[in-house]
Design a protein around this ligand. Structure first.
Ligand SMILES: [Cu+2]
Length: 832
């Protein structure tokens, strides 16, 4: 029976493989959709579409009508807020990402004579041009935002944050500038402003050491071609730059810097990975081949680059001649195993079916319709006592702002700042890989969510848009919001005469970013007791290592495969405002005591007691989570005691996992660009000039980052001042056989909870209708004497069409791209 099933499976997969190769050429390294590769991919896409040669700016409304891809939500289940709760200012979301019109206005200005930048249109730019890379909202300074939000002051101006790649020089760099105030109707003049004040470096500018990726790729393929006979003999694959190549060559990231400041040397290692062209599953990172070579690519002239050593089977050869000589000797030792794609790298169903599993799966539905309010245009959401605004950026994706509880702000800003995936291994490609994933982008890869799988059917979906390479791209339904009951009640108590029990309904706001081989799911979960959980989960394909000599760096998980170990640290910024901005970070420690009491007749008794302290300055702002939970970290407002004199506050604590830091604390790959990940929690004084723990462009020159988080700690007082927290979620990931074909989210997850702590006088979940008290006569268990439902109906008034519970996903769309320069919104590319 089993054999028959597997045979049938093989046939079905093989027939899939035999189909035509995917329409979109696969990139060699899945993470290579960095800013430069994006430009190349988009240029290719542009060439495949006939562009209108004359530039005619069409109104955005016409485009929206034609392509229905406005940034606003599309869910038909929307409950628009009534007039009492709609924000009175139509522009109330001061954190909303740039509209297409705004981005277009900024780009047109930067190409104008007035800006005098002499930029090349991104569509035509080569690596030797100066061109616009990313355009995003420059978040308003909190100090100005609060004057607007709380004091009726002027609305903060809309400014863009624009990164320009300066490639027309021997020393290429990317510089980020501010452009604004944005005017979409030319009614006011725009200007350029320096953003050096928002960096620790003093200038928002960084050297790009890998500017010539296209030449680098050709260079490495030429090297590979010169060794093709050896490569073919050892791994049976071809990597020479032909269309029918069966292997790709890529490797370390970020580039290594050796030498010194006056004589820098850029070193890169490249490995071989089997191609997956024609194979429908994105599994190249499971197919390392165990041959590596080293190049020095200092400077921009490939004729001056140097071929260096080769590594095979743990033997390092000084150059390819030495490798070839060794290979030609009788008795040359070859690795026994190789990695080839197959059913083991495919995610389709396989194996013995599970009993009863073909029946429809359980689903979450809201029988009487959506129970939260959304203002889709303003990206505002209100559920229970909570409300929040949403922002979105190319670098970090979804971000929440102005999270309020019963109308009182408790968090000004909550969102991801940076994500590290840092590997270790016996081979130089694994040892040299430490991804900084905002470089690749969370926003650009926040693809459409799958209704019924990522989020329940009937969830409310928002679109998101980002602007890069002079194009705007909208991901439909890339953020979802939904309620669901957790698998446990939030409260219960039963006695011999009654049971009181409350459903644990939570609101979840979620987005998923597929950054190359990995899918990061980011969720913000709001609970009835006032708690807010920030959760990350990972799935997708691991980046694995060739098995030979890697046994100390991971488990062998397939014939020729080692599950290359790595750290994930996703660093979030949480800006708490507990009853105002002036807060204090309190530590309430539980310590052992051995003392006498008036009643103990002079005998000392061991016990424990609470010792209160505060983190006075930033000098003590780098924190570890206390062992055994013996300390409570509470953000309090000492000027706002509750009725019992205790300061009102919110506690922060790990929920899933325990917070995570990098194990390689002095990473030779990340150098000064991982200083936010050496502790799981930091508290520091919040400043407009310290708006993030990292810049995505740190990846270009990790030893000289634009933002080095460690410089933020300079002894400033944390006593009743505006605080900001930076916390790390993640895990040490040592992949095992269960990571094949994809990592599963049951264990690859971590979360943190921000929870009211003496903030209210009792548990606010008592307010929900969704609870019951059932009185019964214990002497006769069959007699229920009373059922109290607290206003909830005993049976729903069904407004739900059950056939909607299983979306067909027939309408799943890709994203839509709009050219920005020349701006012609009627000519989208849709090149995903
Ligand atoms: Cu991992």
């Amino acid at each position: 029976m089993k054999a028959v099933t597997l045979t049938a499976l093989s046939i079905s997969l093989l027939s899939l493989f035999a189909e035509a190769a995917p329409k979109v050429p696969r990139v060699t390294n899945p993470r290579v959709y960095g800013p430069q590769a994006l430009a190349a991919a988009r240029k290719q896409a542009a060439q495949s579409h006939l562009l209108s040669s004359s530039y005619a700016a069409a109104p955005q409304a016409a485009f929206n009508e034609k392509y229905a891809c406005s940034d606003a939500a599309t869910s038909s289940a929307a409950v628009i807020l009534d007039s009492r709760t709609v924000p009175t200012d139509p522009d109330a979301n001061i954190w909303a990402s740039l509209t297409n019109d705004e981005a277009a206005a900024v780009i047109a200005f930067l190409h104008s004579d007035k800006a005098s930048l002499n930029l090349t249109a991104a569509e035509n730019a080569t690596s030797w041009d100066n061109a616009i890379s990313v355009v995003d909202l420059l978040l308003p300074n909190k100090t100005e935002a609060l004057v607007y939000l709380d004091k009726g002051g002027p609305r903060p101006e809309r400014w863009a944050k624009v990164s320009i790649m300066y490639g027309a020089t021997e020393e290429p760099y990317v510089e980020t500038i501010a452009v604004g105030p944005i005017s979409t109707d030319n009614s006011t003049e725009m200007a350029i402003a320096n953003l050096g004040w928002q960096t620790s470096k003093g200038e928002h500018k960084i050297r790009v050491w890998n500017m010539d990726e296209d030449r680098f790729h050709k260079y490495t393929l030429n090297i590979s071609a010169s060794m093709q006979d050896v490569v073919m003999d050892l791994i049976g694959l071809k990597a020479v730059g032909d269309d029918d190549d069966t292997a790709s060559t890529w490797g370390t990231d970020p580039v290594w810097q050796q030498g010194n400041a006056t004589d820098p040397k850029i070193i890169r290692w490249v490995g071989y990975w089997a191609n997956i062209e024609g194979f429908p599953f994105d599994s190249q990172t499971l197919l390392p081949q165990g041959i590596y070579f080293e190049v020095e690519t200092t400077g921009r002239d490939p004729s001056k680059w140097k071929e260096m050593g080769w590594l095979y089977n743990n033997v390092y050869y000084e150059d390819k001649a030495a490798f070839r000589t060794a290979w030609s000797q009788p008795g040359f030792e070859k690795a026994a195993q190789r990695n080839t794609y197959g059913t083991w790298t495919a995610t389709d169903r396989q194996g013995e079916p599970l009993a009863e599993d073909a029946k429809a799966r359980p689903v979450v539905i809201a029988p009487e319709g959506q129970r939260f309010s959304v203002d889709s245009a303003r990206k505002f959401i209100q559920w229970g006592s909570f409300s929040a605004y949403m922002g979105f950026s190319r670098d970090t994706g979804l971000r929440l702002f102005d999270i309020a509880y019963d109308g009182q702000r408790i968090i000004y800003e909550l969102g991801l700042d940076e994500a590290i995936a840092s590997y270790s291994g016996n081979d130089p490609v694994q040892a040299g890989t430490s991804y900084l994933d905002t470089y690749y982008s969370f926003g650009a890869y926040a693809f459409e969510l799958a209704e019924g799988y990522d989020c329940p059917a009937g969830a409310y979906f928002f679109n998101s848009t980002f602007h890069a390479e002079e194009q705007s791209r909208t991901h439909h339904n890339s953020i979802c919001a939904f309620e669901m009951p957790m698998d446990y009640p939030i409260q219960r108590h039963s006695s011999g005469s009654y049971i009181s029990i409350t459903s644990n309904v939570a609101l979840i706001i979620k987005s998923v970013s597929s950054v190359g081989n990995y899918d990061y799911s980011l969720s913000y979960i709001f609970y009835l007791d006032g708690s807010i959980e920030t959760r990350v989960q990972a799935s997708g394909y691991i980046q694995a290592a060739f098995y030979a000599h890697n046994e100390d760096f991971g488990y062998q998980i397939h014939d020729g495969l080692s599950g290359s170990m790595h750290d994930h640290v996703l660093s979030f910024r949480l800006d708490p405002d507990i009853l105002g901005v002036n807060n204090t970070f309190a530590k309430h420690s539980i310590v052992p005591v051995n003392q006498t009491y008036p009643w103990s007749r002079g005998i000392s008794r061991p016990g424990m007691k609470m010792v209160r302290s505060v983190v006075e300055t930033e000098d003590d702002g780098a924190l570890n989570w206390p062992a055994n939970g013996s300390e409570m970290y509470v953000i309090v407002n000492q000027d706002e005691p509750n009725a019992y004199g205790e300061p009102r506050g919110f506690r922060i604590m790990p929920s899933l996992g325990s917070g995570h830091v990098v194990n390689i604390q002095d990473s030779p790959n990340l150098l000064k660009s991982q200083s936010f990940a050496t502790h799981p929690l930091y508290v520091l004084q919040r400043k407009d000039s310290e708006a993030s723990c990292a810049s995505p462009w740190n990846n270009y020159d990790t030893g000289n980052p634009i933002i080095d988080f460690s410089t933020y700690f300079n002894g400033e007082s944390l006593n009743q001042t505006d605080l900001v927290l930076q916390f790390g979620l993640g895990m040490l990931h040592v992949p095992h056989t269960g990571d094949l074909p994809n990592t599963v989210q049951t264990t690859a997850q971590a979360s943190i909870i921000f929870s009211p702590h003496n903030y209210l006088l009792s548990d606010p979940s008592r307010r929900t209708n969704q609870q019951i008290r059932l009185d019964y006569d214990s002497s006769n268990a069959r007699v229920v004497s009373n059922i109290e439902r607290f206003g909830a109906s005993p049976a729903p008034n069904w407004k739900y069409n059950l056939s909607d519970a299983y979306p067909t996903l027939q309408n799943y769309r890709g994203d839509v791209t709009v050219r920005k320069f020349p701006y012609d919104p009627l000519q989208p590319f849709g090149d995903t």
